[in-house]
Structure formats: C-alpha cells, structure tokens
Design a protein around this ligand. Structure first.
Ligand SMILES: *Cc1c(COP(=O)(O)O)cnc(C)c1O
Length: 496
C-alpha cells in the first residue's frame, strides 16, 4: 500500500514515510492510494477477537510495510489493560436502537488516546524503516485534549522529545492540571500568554522556519507532528468502527450485513473521516452523521456545499469541537472528487486566500449521500445531558451530548430508526462543571475542579477515573508561562 498527497505533487511514499513526515511536501495530506477491502466474513470473525486483534486486522491492510508481529507489539503496548482496562472501547446499549461507543477509557479520559497511545509506537518504528537517525521532536499546540494525550503517549518514548504549548487561560482546570503534572524525561510543557490561535501560529512558524530546522537537523533533531493530519493518527481510529459493528452483532442489535449509522461529535473531521474509510473498506454504514456545536461550519458545508470560515468563533462547553478549519476535510474532498488533486489544491488555496470555497453540485450530492450534518447549541447540549441521565441513567459529557442531540434531529427529520452508534469522545468527568450544571440548574458549581469531581460522583455514583482523581496530589512540574513570541526561543533552549 502506497500513499499519495491530496495535492498531487509528491511521489508515492510508504506508510512509514507518511507517518514519519506527517505532512506532504506540497502542503497536502497523505492518503492511501487505494482503499483495501474487508469481506463480511472477515468482519464477522472480528467478533470473536479481542480489540488488539481487531486492530491488527485493520492496520495490516493499510500499514503494509509493517509485519503482523510488529503491529502486534505496537497494539499490545498501546492498548494494554493497565492503560485502557479490560475492554478498551465498550459499546453501551442506552436504548433499543442506540448504542454509545465509549472511546475515553484511556489514560487521559478523551478519545484522542485511541490514536495517541499507538502513534508513538508506529512513529518510532517508521523512523527506523525510513532511516531517520535524528531525534524526533513533536511540537504540539493544544486547546486541551490533544496536548495531554500526546504527552501521555510520547512520555519516555526512546528517540523522541515532546514540547506542548497551551493557552494559559484557554483550557479547563482539569486539562491544565493534567498537562502541568506530566512526568517523563523527554517532555516539556509551556503555557502561552495568548489564545489557542497564538499557540498554533507559533508552532506553524517554527515548522516553517527552514533555517531553524536545518540548524537543528545538524544537531540531530527533526520536527514532526502528532495532530490528526498525520496518517498514523487517523488509521487507528478506523478500527473502532469495525469493533462497534461486531459488538452490535454480539449484542443482538443487528445481523451481520445490516447497515447502521454512526453519529460523531466533530471538530477537525478526523474521527468521522475514519468512519468514512471504514465504510469504503466494506463496513455496512448507512449514514455518517456529522455533529457540530455553535461553530457550525461543517453543518453549513454539508447542507449547502459552501465552506466558509469567515464567521464568528464561539467558545462553547464542548471546546474540543471549537474549530473553524477542519483539516481532514481535505481527505474527504480528495475522495469525492475522484482523486482530483488539482481541484482539491484549488479549494484549499481559496480557503486560504478568500476564506471560503464552494464544491460543485455533483460533489455535494456525493457528500450528502454519505453524510448528514446537524448542529446543537449550548442549551440543547445541557438539556440532552440532563434528559438522557434522567431517562436512562446514562451520564454523558458535553461533546457526546452534541452528538446525541444531533441524532435526535436526524431521526426527527428522516424518520430513519436504523440502529445507530453514538461516538462518545470524553469522560463526563473531564467537563464536570458543565455536566453538573446540566444535571441541576440550581447547582452551585465549585471553582475547585476536584470538588466538582466529587460532587458529580456523589450525584451519579459513576466512578471517577482514578488518574484524574490522582492529579490533585501530583507535583506541578511545568510552571513556565511565556509570551507567544518566545515559543521558538523556548524550543531552542530546551533542545540545545
Ligand atoms: C478532538 C475531540 C473531538 C473532535 O474530533 P475530530 O477528530 O477533531 O473531529 C470531539 N470530542 C472530543 C472530546 C475531542 O477531544
């Protein structure tokens, strides 16, 4: 299996190359040259296997320069029981035709662990395969979840170093605490005086500074990325769509061969894109429902064919979906234009220069056949958390609630009552202040995040993730706050 750039100006490369590089030289994203197929018999057989073996079945199809044994080493280390518990991705049946796929049983209680626990293993092996001798320096700008998940994944991984920048006023208390207590010989965390965009701009400038990278290269360092533009972060996410499907068969909800829907709380379009790839591989998927919060640029795109980022940015209670430029959409566009790299490059150029682009009606029709878009406001999000808890005693976080509510809108509009899997992307404890407010309006939510954990636990009896509880007593190791324009300096000082 070889990989091409969505913008068409690079050679075919191996999976190892795509993972080591992250981004293609022409600015495009790496995509597989063709989509491997799984037969229903193969899919059905996954039902009798543990998650790690299901993962190997899927990863082997895409990462053909890895042996089965190598992949087994990677997934066994990534999804071990001490990190994810006995079942890494349980499918919880909440009502007759709805299951919730809990993707947050990893070390940081967000779904990003599913990919970021595996990526370091894939990356270090990819580096060996491509002859990379430098130490790989992962630079991350984070609005919260990615930073911690990447730190946890890369901590003490041989041959790597990780530096995370977070906006010092822009992350939740728990998220901040998770990052500044991070242990590991190769980790560094900086707070930025500024917002997430400042942090991201700073990281992009460092990546784009060729003088700096060639100087660091001579000293034995290469930069790489751990965000979802990297194929190595996307491919692990395809696995759990298959896993949910076979678990729905086992639960007696569907028969092998039946089509189901998935609804995905979406930001950068990585998670839902993985579901689209699963469908292209042969998984029977009826519709992929793309759920957004008030930052509803994707809803508008799916409904009208115009992607327009020139709009107000809202800070919401589902912050991991507060995003106006969904990078992974580029990979979808590549597929629905029949791999027309020129057209894709043109869309991306327009987005950069004019702030919007419009796809033609054929492309739009193809997108609408596969995807349904809906968005959910703050009040609806909280209402859904409270109502689902009171109806089914199922407690969900704000992101999952956006997805659940979007599904209700879809069912109301279409009368489609197909069995549907809601992807749950974070533990309710990660956003316990909003969840507490949702359960009881008059609740006095504390300023102390740990008091909120206890309060939510007292109210619901749902277990607090032990690692989150332990944060309160962990020493703070990363206190440095720096101006946004000193990020490069901080990187240089830290490496040399
Ligand atoms: C990152 C994230 C999302 C969005 O996922 P994308 O792959 O960026 O679409 C949704 N929910 C949570 C909790 C997240 O951390």
């Amino acid at each position: 299996m070889l990989y091409v750039s969505t913008r068409g100006k690079t050679d075919l490369v191996s999976a190892a190359h795509a993972i080591t590089r992250g981004l293609a030289n022409d600015g495009g994203l790496f995509v597989p040259q063709n989509i491997p197929q799984l037969r229903m018999a193969d899919i059905k057989a996954m039902g009798n296997k543990p998650y790690t073996e299901r993962a190997i079945d899927v990863l082997l199809q895409f990462l053909t320069d890895f042996s089965e044994d190598e992949l087994r080493e990677c997934v066994t280390a990534a999804y071990s029981a001490d990190k994810f518990g006995e079942n890494p991705v349980p499918l919880v049946q909440v009502n007759d035709n709805t299951g919730v796929l809990e993707l947050w049983h990893g070390p940081t209680s967000a779904f990003k662990d599913m990919a970021l626990q595996l990526l370091p293993h894939l990356l270090t092996r990819s580096m060996k395969k491509t002859g990379e001798v430098n130490k790989v320096v992962i630079l991350v700008a984070t609005s919260g979840d990615t930073g911690k998940a990447a730190l946890e994944g890369f901590a003490d991984v041989e041959g790597t170093q990780i530096i995370v920048f977070y906006p010092c006023e822009g992350v939740s208390d728990i998220q901040k605490r998770q990052m500044i207590t991070q242990q590991g010989k190769n980790v560094k965390v900086f707070g930025i005086e500024g917002n997430f965009d400042d942090a991201q701009r700073g990281v992009k400038e460092i990546f784009g500074n060729t003088d700096l990278s060639s100087e660091l290269c001579k000293k034995g360092f290469s930069f790489s990325s751990a965000n979802s533009i990297n194929w190595g972060r996307l491919v692990p996410q395809i696995v759990y769509y298959f896993s949910a499907y076979v678990d729905a068969i086992k639960a007696g909800k569907i028969q092998a061969g039946d089509s189901i829907n998935f609804v995905v709380p979406t930001g950068n379009f990585g998670d839902i894109l993985a579901g689209y790839y699963a469908k292209l591989m042969g998984l029977p998927v009826e519709r992929l429902l793309c759920a957004s919060n008030s930052n509803n640029v994707l809803t508008d795109f799916i409904n009208t064919g115009t992607y327009d980022k020139r709009r107000e940015f809202f800070k919401t209670i589902s912050p991991s979906m507060d995003i106006l430029v969904s990078s992974n959409l580029e990979r979808l566009l590549y597929n629905v234009t029949d791999c027309d790299a020129v057209e894709v490059a043109d869309y991306m150029k327009r987005l950069n220069t004019e702030g919007f682009y419009q796809v033609d009606s054929d492309v739009l029709k193809r997108i609408q056949r596969e995807f349904f878009g809906a968005w959910v406001d703050e009040l609806e999000t909280k209402e859904a958390i409270g109502r689902i808890y009171s109806d089914y005693k199922y407690l969900m976080d704000t992101h999952t609630a956006v997805a659940w509510r979007a599904l209700e809108k879809y069912r109301f509009l279409t009368s489609d009552d197909t069995y549907t899997v809601v992807l749950s992307t974070a533990s309710p404890y990660k956003f316990s202040d909003s969840v507490l407010e949702a359960l009881d309006d008059s609740q006095n939510v504390s300023k102390d995040p740990f008091a909120n954990l206890q309060e939510l636990n007292a109210k619901t009896g749902v277990e607090i993730p032990p690692r989150m509880l332990a944060l309160e007593d962990l020493p703070v190791l990363h206190e440095e706050i720096i101006p946004a324009n000193e990020m490069e300096l901080a990187v240089v000082k830290n490496l040399l």
